[in-house]
Design a protein around this ligand. Structure first.
Ligand SMILES: [Zn+2]
Length: 286
């Protein structure tokens, strides 16, 4: 029975990883429903990993339709304590050219209708989220991009929009004024839920094209975007292979205890049903 410590969530274009020695496909059910897809468990560079195609095989699930809670809960139930999330993004800054990578360190939430917490139903908890990603994972990712030789920006703010439409020019310009660097549709809920589940989380954002604020935007063809996406995904796989041994041997950090002072509700008022449902997430504190 494999016991991976590291989960990889693959976004647009990253539906499988070459070189991954697949040992098992595992369906995981959760109290929050089904994850996007069966997890692919295997070994990459000798390290046990759990891989999840975020949008399902064949890219069938809209960002709004993603069951983020089931995805993160399932990763927790597999025993993983680190998540490397890979996502295609649009660039909001001239210096983040198509083909560049960004190790995201901040988020802005522009989503509207997504469940983004495990809590509720009689259990109130507030986790710290000022620093939404794990600095250790980020450091390891940055080092790996250097080894692989990909252009990497060592920090950046990711604005997460609802989609599925891309942004308007007015929105794109607004996000630039806010200081956002890249734009995407999926990673913020993952980061929030991972924090609640006491899992270290990081985002490797792959710049596919400039968002619509840029004058180049209209002249870029779909073929060019897809070519960049594919090239990015190939490089991202190399970065993952390089970083994995490091991540697998990572020591426990503060995110592994993010709930220790977060639960507000007096234990005796928490409904039994809720306690059962959230046992995996916070049972040790109840
Ligand atoms: Zn951490």
């Amino acid at each position: 029975m494999l016991k991976p410590k590291v989960a990889i969530i693959g976004g647009s274009g990253l539906y499988q990883i070459d070189g991954l020695e697949v040992l098992e496909e595992r369906n995981v059910e959760t109290p929050f429903g089904s994850p996007s897809e069966a997890f692919v468990l295997g070994k990459l560079e000798g390290v046990e990993v759990a891989f999840l195609a975020r949008h399902g095989k064949g890219h069938r699930i809209l960002p709004t339709e993603l069951n983020f809670r089931a995805n993160i809960y399932a990763i927790k139930s597999l025993g993983c304590d680190s998540i490397l999330s890979v996502s295609a993004v649009g660039s909001l800054q001239e210096e983040i050219a198509p083909g560049h990578f960004v190790v995201v360190d901040q988020f802005i939430d522009r989503t509207q209708k997504r469940p983004h917490t495990f809590f509720g139903e009689g259990l109130v908890a507030h986790v710290a989220f000022a620093n939404p990603v794990c600095p250790t994972l980020c450091r390891d990712l940055i080092e790996a991009t250097k080894k692989v030789g990909v252009q990497c920006h060592e920090k950046g703010t990711y604005v997460c929009i609802e989609g599925p439409q891309f942004s308007t020019k007015a929105e794109s310009k607004l996000y630039r004024q806010w200081g956002a660097d890249v734009i995407g549709m999926t990673n913020l809920q993952e980061a929030k839920l991972a924090r609640e589940a006491e899992i270290c989380y990081s985002t490797l954002a792959l710049s596919t094209d400039y968002d619509c604020w840029h004058e180049e935007h209209d002249s870029v063809t779909v073929e060019m975007v897809i070519a960049t996406l594919q090239q990015n995904v190939e490089m991202a796989k190399e970065v993952l292979k390089t970083v994995l041994p490091q991540v697998a041997s990572k020591e426990e950090c503060s995110h592994c205890r993010s709930l220790s002072h977060a639960i507000m509700t007096d234990k005796k008022f928490i409904p039994q049903e809720t306690q059962e449902k959230l046992k995996l997430i916070c049972g040790k504190y109840l």
